[in-house]
Design a protein around this ligand. Structure first.
Ligand code: FAD
Length: 501
């Protein structure tokens, strides 16, 4: 009998396991993939190392504290990453403190000064309310009084006026900013029309401008390595390539898991680092879960997946001078009248990351690496999926064709790109589904759209209706108020405190 079985060795699962093992408990982590770290790991192609997921993250001080609490003092330095938007109408580095960014924008758009001041003032106001979120507990609710009533919980509440947590930022911006490019930059940090609530948008600006986004000297995969070392030192057991087939429940209380190899393992606690849709729609017999909870999980969407092209490049053959930051969001044309076609890369925002700026040791001498990412709906690729890691014939050619078209578009910002490429790897939503085992390869947790997330209460989703089953990881928070990596770690910290009383 284990004190706890953890399903998944992503950052959330590893941190939970390490904290639990440190307190002298018997912990087993079962990981489906042959590597640790879930989406926060690296892979090698030729002489290049690339990230499977996160490129950098926010709240580095918190990440260091989570690590220190679990494994003791660690020597990690952080390097700040900057972000630029380049479109036919805008060229701006926007990862600056909000007041500084506001001043830059007022110089470019003097006629919008009143609206810019109003928006920045409002964002700063919500961010200052968020300071009280510092010590959020697993039963804390972030949102309005109505959220709490809807969730039926008597949890501690951080009440936010309704105009922030319910209102869609679009309405606020439409009333104050005339220029559509400026409106979209302020409302989405890009070129999309604003769809987040004022609350979610202020989380994003807090992360981007005030806290900043950083890369750790150990590499993001290095955080997982540190955790696994400590976990095994504390006596925990980790099994890789060991998928869990079922989480077993009796009388609404968890009793253990059944592995893919049909091994029955009993435990007092089961902690799932798999996402909610995988956990409740695939791993648990639905008769053990209240119908309204199942309905919520089924009907609330996740964020989309993406197409990603990893490139090893000779920097002498490509002109990188238009990149003023290591992350450039580039859109070649803005044509809202055109129908939405995910393959029309000219009319979409593409993230171009100069990855080797963060990780110079990940490339051979004299070379650099670039990562091109564009949001891509899973459904567009679903037809190629014939099973886990299995695809219909023609998939490789199709994804190569897409990658070449993506490169063609990016070449308008980085002349010479296509002739500078020495190595290329391509990941699609199907790849992300296999790598992180996330439902439909989702990237960034639950939907960020205020309208689509309406029924999801603004709170942590760590406790579940099944007794002694806890959730950790990016999906265990309905809102990513800390960004991806720290949210995964925060939920693990909360879950371990909860399970140890
Ligand atoms: C392409 C991409 C880019 C991203 N970029 C960023 C970024 O720049 N910054 C940022 O902060 N965040 C980013 N994220 C989010 C990132 O995923 C999280 O920040 C963090 O790594 C998530 O950790 P997690 O604890 O949720 O675990 P995950 O990484 O989701 O790992 C879950 C683990 O559970 C395992 N598992 C699932 N089902 C089973 C089963 N049945 N049996 C056994 N094991 C199972 C999986 O194999 C996986 O290893 C990105 C994600 C992706 C995919």
């Amino acid at each position: 009998m284990w004190d706890a079985i953890v399903v998944g060795a992503g950052l959330g699962g590893l941190l939970f396991g390490t904290r639990f093992a440190r307190s002298g408990k018997r912990v087993l982590i079962l990981e489906k993939c042959p590597h640790i770290g879930g989406t926060s790991y690296i892979f090698k192609r030729g002489k290049y190392y690339f990230p499977m997921g996160p490129l950098s993250f926010s709240f580095p001080g918190r990440v260091k504290t989570y690590l220190k609490e679990a494994i003791g003092e660690v020597e990690i330095e952080f390097m700040r990453n900057h972000f630029q938007l380049l479109t036919p109408f805008l060229n701006v580095v926007y990862s600056k403190p909000l007041r500084e960014l506001g001043n830059d924008l007022k110089r470019q758009f003097p006629e919008e000064s009143v609206g810019i001041n109003a928006f920045i003032g409002e964002m700063k106001r919500v961010i200052s309310l968020m300071d009280s979120f510092g010590e959020l507990q697993s039963n804390s609710t972030i949102g309005t009084r109505k959220d709490v009533l809807d969730s039926g919980s008597e949890s501690e509440t951080y009440e936010i006026p309704r105009e922030y947590s319910d209102a869609i930022a679009r309405e606020f911006l439409d009333a104050r900013i005339n220029n559509p490019s400026l409106r979209n930059l302020l409302g989405s940090q890009g070129t999309s029309s604003p769809e987040m609530s004022m609350l979610n948008l202020s989380f994003m600006w807090n992360v981007m401008s005030e806290e900043g986004i950083w890369f750790p000297s150990c590499g993001i995969h290095g955080i997982s390595d540190l955790l696994v070392n400590a976990f095994t030192r504390y006596g925990g057991e980790l099994r890789l390539s060991s998928p869990v087939k079922r989480i077993l429940v009796e009388d609404r209380s968890v009793v253990g898991v059944l592995t893919e190899r049909n091994e029955l393992l009993k435990a007092n606690w089961v902690v799932s680092n798999a996402d909610h849709k995988k956990t409740f729609l695939e791993l648990i017999d639905p008769t053990n879960v209240p119908l309204d909870y199942l309905h919520l999980i089924k009907t609330t969407p996740y964020t989309d997946s993406e197409l990603c092209v990893y490139l090893g490049v000779d920097p002498k053959k490509v002109d990188l001078t238009r990149m003023k930051a290591s992350h450039l969001f580039y859109r070649r044309e803005i044509n809202p009248a055109k129908s939405q076609d995910p393959e029309d890369f000219d009319n979409q925002e593409i993230e171009i990351c100069l990855w080797s700026d963060n990780a110079p040791d990940s490339v051979p001498r004299g070379r650099v690496s670039l990562i091109l990412r564009v949001s891509f709906p899973y459904e567009h690729f679903a037809g190629w999926h014939t099973g886990e890691k299995q695809r219909k014939e023609g998939y490789r050619e199709y994804k190569k064709q897409l990658a070449e078209r993506l490169i063609q578009t990016v070449e308008n910002a980085l002349p010479g790109l296509s002739s500078s490429i020495e190595m290329m790897e391509i990941a699609t939503p199907l790849t992300y589904e296999d790598w992180g085992n996330r439902f439909q390869g989702s990237i960034a947790g639950w939907t960020w759209s205020a309208e689509a997330a309406h029924s999801l209460p603004g709170r942590f989703l760590i406790e579940t209706p099944v007794e002694h089953l806890l959730m950790v990881g990016i999906f265990a928070a309905s809102r990513l108020f800390l960004g991806g990596v720290p949210t995964s770690m925060h939920t693990a910290t909360l879950a371990s405190s909860y399970s140890q009383g």
